[in-house]
Design a protein around this ligand. Sequence first.
Ligand SMILES: *[C@@H]1O[C@H](CO)[C@@H](O)[C@H](O)[C@H]1NC(C)=O
Ligand SMILES: *[C@@H]1O[C@H](CO)[C@@H](O)[C@H](O)[C@H]1NC(C)=O
Ligand SMILES: *[C@@H]1O[C@H](CO)[C@@H](O)[C@H](O)[C@H]1NC(C)=O
Ligand SMILES: *[C@@H]1O[C@H](CO)[C@@H](O)[C@H](O)[C@H]1NC(C)=O
Ligand SMILES: *[C@@H]1O[C@H](CO)[C@@H](O)[C@H](O)[C@H]1NC(C)=O
Ligand SMILES: *[C@@H]1O[C@H](CO)[C@@H](O)[C@H](O)[C@H]1NC(C)=O
Ligand SMILES: *[C@@H]1O[C@H](CO)[C@@H](O)[C@H](O)[C@H]1NC(C)=O
Ligand SMILES: *[C@@H]1O[C@H](CO)[C@@H](O)[C@H](O)[C@H]1NC(C)=O
Ligand SMILES: *[C@@H]1O[C@H](CO)[C@@H](O)[C@H](O)[C@H]1NC(C)=O
Length: 379
Amino acid sequence: MRFLLLFLLFHISHTSSSSELRALITVKSYITDDPQSYLSNWNATTPICSFTGVTCDYTGRHVISIDLTNFYLSGTLSPSFGNLRFLQNLSVSANQFSGLIPTELAALSGLRYLNLSNNVFNGSFPTQLSQLKSLQVLDLYNNNMTGELPVCVTELPNLRHLHLGGNYFTGQVPSSYGRWEHLEYLAVSGNELGGKIPPEIGNLTKLQQLYIGYNNGFEGGLPPEIGNLSELVCFDAADCMLSGKIPPEIGKLQKLDTLFLFRNILSGSLSPELGTLKSLKSMDLSENTLTGEIPESLAELKNLTLLNLYRNKLQGQIPEIISEWPELEVIQLWENNFTGSIPQKLGSNKKLKFLDLSLNRLTGKQKLHGSSTFFFFLF
Ligand SMILES: *[C@@H]1O[C@H](CO)[C@@H](O)[C@H](O)[C@H]1NC(C)=O
Ligand SMILES: *[C@@H]1O[C@H](CO)[C@@H](O)[C@H](O)[C@H]1NC(C)=O
Ligand SMILES: *[C@@H]1O[C@H](CO)[C@@H](O)[C@H](O)[C@H]1NC(C)=O
Ligand SMILES: *[C@@H]1O[C@H](CO)[C@@H](O)[C@H](O)[C@H]1NC(C)=O
Ligand SMILES: *[C@@H]1O[C@H](CO)[C@@H](O)[C@H](O)[C@H]1NC(C)=O
Ligand SMILES: *[C@@H]1O[C@H](CO)[C@@H](O)[C@H](O)[C@H]1NC(C)=O
Ligand SMILES: *[C@@H]1O[C@H](CO)[C@@H](O)[C@H](O)[C@H]1NC(C)=O
Ligand SMILES: *[C@@H]1O[C@H](CO)[C@@H](O)[C@H](O)[C@H]1NC(C)=O
Ligand SMILES: *[C@@H]1O[C@H](CO)[C@@H](O)[C@H](O)[C@H]1NC(C)=O
């Protein structure tokens, strides 16, 4: 009896391994080129747990991770990935995989990490993959995906990191993108998106990084609800046709260290609330149609290392405050309508490396303080 049980156990584990072996051999057969022979030991005489890029669980029976990152592989993804039922991590990032993402991946109920970035996968995102309820990371960055930005990903309740950038997705950012409870990272940048940015984005209370710019052409501006993203550290919405005013609610983002809104058609003046962004290190609002003066409140931005406001319609004096930011390295205010004289103490910022105030209507000769050498253009 005991013997029979042992035999059965052995048999079960053995069959399960051999079905995983079959799956891996099939996976290999879909790879048309492996110039560095990374997969040469993926054969029946090697135990699967010793296959290059394969990791098994502690019992040594089941494949839990496959990492083929940067193996110079070409080909397509085999549907038999779906037979590796114990898979938790799958990365095929940085290869030349093409064709469709197989719907069979939907069977991987324990999958937590899926990185398909930097390949040439095409077609639309398979709706079946909304079954991956354990998925925490989905990275599709830099592929040839088309179709509407997928809505089915909103049915992945455990998602923390979603990168859909650098594809050819069209349509709008769905309002259901505000639904994730745990999402910390969202990138839809570098697609062909349009429509309005949904105010529901403001419901992502855990969000730390938000990338929506580049190539996208949105209608209207930033919803004031952006100000509700209290954990936001990095916000990049450059070059995506944003219009209207910069909502003063942005000032509520107390953890924000990077704000990139350059190359849009934002108008109105810089609201004094920007001065309450006390963690801010980099702010680039260049190439918009901003008017008015630089508000005095910006003096509070003591951690600022980069301030770019070039190619706007800002006017008034360049305030003394710019010589008081101790961390300042780069400041570009060129092609505005600033008048008056150049701030007295300019150049006393010890870390300053690059200063460009040219193409304004500034007057007066300025002897620059500052012991360090840096590049500057004043007129
Ligand atoms: C199978 O893999 C082993 C390494 O584990 C290698 O020595 C052997 O040449 C491979 N066999 C074939 C037929 O590629
Ligand atoms: C799976 O990926 C996560 C995140 O990259 C990593 O922390 C973990 O160690 C990986 N697990 C395995 C078995 O490779
Ligand atoms: C996906 O893999 C690439 C390597 O090509 C890596 O740079 C990137 O950070 C990975 N994505 C995530 C979310 O871990
Ligand atoms: C995907 O790319 C392949 C070539 O790699 C092409 O034959 C196929 O038509 C493309 N499919 C879609 C949906 O774009
Ligand atoms: C990916 O898309 C680009 C731009 O449409 C195209 O030039 C390229 O041939 C595509 N690559 C593949 C493998 O389909
Ligand atoms: C999400 O945001 C919208 C608009 O900002 C709001 O009306 C809605 O009640 C919010 N939904 C949830 C579930 O918090
Ligand atoms: C979100 O932002 C809007 C507009 O700024 C505001 O009216 C609303 O009270 C905020 N909601 C939460 C939950 O903070
Ligand atoms: C400046 O940044 C440091 C850490 O980088 C932080 O501890 C400090 O609070 C910041 N200063 C202000 C005024 O927020
Ligand atoms: C520059 O400012 C002056 C007033 O200070 C105004 O008359 C002029 O129209 C402005 N020029 C531009 C291009 O905004």
